[in-house]
Design a protein around this ligand. Structure first.
Ligand code: SF4
Length: 206
């Protein structure tokens, strides 16, 4: 029997909790980044995935299209993922903030903190076992280690509870300075190897 004193929204769970979550992100005004965004940029790939890829925040193209990593950085990322035989069914892509910082500046600590509850909720939907953090902002805001630069930590596994974290360079950085392209490839190979080791994907056919 329903209790008429409880609001209807509390009595009836949303038919699709994931879509309800995305709608809440799109309506979010928890930090000032909502003021200049065209739209919140929440995800692409698969809702549930063994690999979660987390970047910094949406750029101009992402803000236009409503999808993360769709500009030149996204093209490079997709090329590298495809070369590792990782298709969209294998991963879920997100950012530490869901709205575009003006002039593509780095998100502030306050903005990343304001967005963190949504990222945590997203994480619980995805349930990844391996996380690829792309760039210094993703590393520091996701791990809380605000003092260590990405060049010091990239390529080294961090185990946290039941999941594994691999920090690496952001593709946009590699596009500006290709000297670290081999390092990015090496880190993505480690991710592929970890997914295999955990038996989450089949081994690459030789
Ligand atoms: S960046 Fe995150 S916290 Fe800020 S308005 Fe957008 S969705 Fe909300």
């Amino acid at each position: 029997m329903s209790d008429s004193s409880i609001p209807a929204s509390k009595q009836t769970p949303p038919a699709n909790p994931w879509l309800h979550f995305v709608e809440r992100c799109e309506a979010c005004t928890a930090c000032s980044l909502n003021q200049e965004r065209k739209q919140a940029v929440v995800w692409r790939g698969s809702v549930k995935a063994n690999l979660m890829i987390i970047g910094e925040g949406p750029g101009e193209r992402e803000d236009e299209e409503g999808l993360p990593f769709v500009g030149r950085s996204g093209e490079l990322l997709d090329t590298l993922l495809a070369a590792q035989e990782l298709g969209p069914e294998s991963y879920h892509i997100a950012n530490v903030v869901k709205c575009r910082p003006p002039n593509n500046r780095e998100p502030s600590l306050e903005e990343a903190r304001a967005c963190r509850p949504l990222l945590n909720e997203q994480f619980r939907f995805v349930r990844p076992q391996v996380i690829l953090l792309m760039g210094g902002s993703a590393y520091k805001y996701f791990t809380g280690d605000l003092d260590t630069g990405i060049t010091k930590v990239r390529g080294r596994w961090i185990q946290k509870g039941s999941y594994w974290i691999m920090p690496t360079f952001h593709p946009a950085y590699i596009l500006r300075d290709s000297r670290n392209k081999a390092a990015l490839w090496e880190d993505m190979t480690k991710v592929r190897d970890k997914l295999e080791e955990l038996r989450l994907i089949p081994p690459v056919k030789g």
